[in-house]
Structures are given as structure tokens and as C-alpha cells.
Design a protein around this ligand. Sequence first.
Ligand SMILES: [Zn+2]
Length: 352
Amino acid sequence: MADTASSSADGSEQPLRYSRQTLFKPIGQDGQRSLMTARAVLIGCGGLGTIVADILVRAGIGFLRIVDRDFVDESNLQRQVLFDSDDVAGNLPKAEAARRKLERINPLSEVEACVRDVDSTSIRAVVEDVDLILDGTDNFETRYLINDIAIQLQKPWIYAAVVGSYGMTTTIVPGETPCLRCLYEKPPAPGTVPTCDTAGVLAAIVHIIAAHEATQALRLLCRVSGGVRKEMIYSDVWSGEHKRIQTMDSRVTDCAACVKLQFDYLNAERGSMATSLCGRNAVQVSWKEDHVVDLERLAETLRASGQVSVNPYLLKFSGPDAAFTLFPDGRAIMEGTSDPKIARERYARFVG
Ligand SMILES: [Zn+2]
């Protein structure tokens, strides 16, 4: 399908649909041309992911691969802008539902749907032929994996996270900025940080953080002068607090990832393991590194989502979306599934 073309002052032809964007001087015709040949991958297509994909495809990105392992669920519709009730009724995978919607929005962009889990064995294949990696995930483990592969392949990536009413985002350019392990050496211990499934999330903060993430992507992919902003944006839409945090002093001189090139997550020397328990319709999720989980504290957070009982040795949770037993070292038996991927996804949602 061809769009109406418009002639600009310099005589170049660009589809009319991009006219308001090319009029914006820092992008202009040159930036638009770069964007139209640019390739990016979005890992995770939830709240942040759908908004980032919507902005970049409307803006005319050349190619966007959307990787997501999940299906559209009714509880997604409050904030995940590319989905509607028909996608829930049709039981569509998020990546495919997003691709169908985006194809109608801008047929000039190529969108590829990739319905799969990203782990240390599969991540290389989805990122190696793109210019930029976009974080739309909901868990730290995948972010540390993205950090490893981005450094190994020397590709920029944009970190973004939201929960409750606040969120943050920063762009990581290997060799230029601190990496995720410079900023946070280790992922938070299981159960110590709130997740969207335990603390909820407001749609408005997802829009704010996704808008910054997409704009940083445009700065990179349009190759604008000045490049990316090297800072972290923090915003809380409920309190109205908004901060720009300087990160350039945070480079760690002996960082395991970006200095020593020790890719612990990519080499699966850190992170979680999931093993199906024979004949039990359950999966054990455990950790390669040491963790200490505050079961009492996690029990308080989980009470809003289901039934919880806790003693010093274990926590038992049972709710409409998951049932599990969690031990103080972070190990869990996830009930009701024999699929390690589903078990890890539920663990990430409810334990963190
Ligand atoms: Zn680093």
C-alpha cells in the first residue's frame, strides 16, 4: 500500500504521514531516512512494549521484531494500548495481536511477531540482526541477560521499568555509558521489590516512561546530533516527582560485565533454573546464587492477590493465577503446571 508522498523543501520525497515529524528540525528528512532503514527488537510486549511499539511504528521505523511469550489477558487492557477485548476472546499471543494492529496502523513498517521465551539459549538469535534492543520486560533476570548480550555484540539497549505509580528508564551504550551491572551490580533478591502483580501499576506512568524510552530510541535510530541522553529519568505520576539522575559517574572500573566481559547471565552461571517435577504437575524454580527471602514481608504483599500462609520455613500462596510454596533461599515449587517457562513467568510475576 503506497502512502501519499509530499515534497519537502530539499526536494526529497517522504510519505505525508511523517510530515509533522520531519518538520521537527532535530529529526528532519535525514533523520526520517535513517529511521526508515533502522531495525530494532522489542523484548516483552506488555504496557511499556505496546506503547513503545505504537510510537516507533507510527514514526516509520523500518523493522521491528516483537518478542513475547504470553497471551493477551483481560487484566492487560487497562494499560496495554495495542490490545482489545477481541484479542482476549481470540486467545491471541501478544506478539501476534500487536503485529496485526501495527500492520493496520502503518503498513510501511515491517513488524515481525516472535512468540517465544527469551533465555540464555535464545536471546542471541532475536537480537543479532538489529541496531537497538528495547526493554519491555517485567523481570530483572531478562534485563541482565539483555545487558550481557548487548555488551557482547556492542549494541545499544534501553532499560525501562514501571510499578505502582513510578518508573525509570536509561539508555545503555556499550563503551560509552555505564551498563546495568555498573548501575545495579546484582538483581534484587527474590521477594524484595514490588511487581505489577503484587503492587499494581497505573497506566499513566507506563505512558510517561514508554514515551521517554521511545524518544531515546528515535534519537538513536534517527542518528540525531548529540546522540542519546546519558542520564536516568525517574518519574512518579502520583506524587508528581520527576528527576533526571546523572549516571555517567557510575561506571564501575572493574565491572564484571562491561569491563571484565564476564557474561554470567548469558553463560547461565547466574540466574534461575526451572525443573519439572515428574508426575506432580509442578515445577521447581531455584537460584544459582545465594538469596535470603524475607517471607513475612512478601506474605504481606501477596495477601492482596490470594490466600497466604507463612511460617519461618516456608510461605504457601494460592490465588486465581498461581499457586506455589516458597522457601527462604528463594527456591519455589510452582503448582499447577509442568511447563518450566510458565513456572518461571509466574515466579517473576508474584515473587519478583
Ligand atoms: Zn558495567
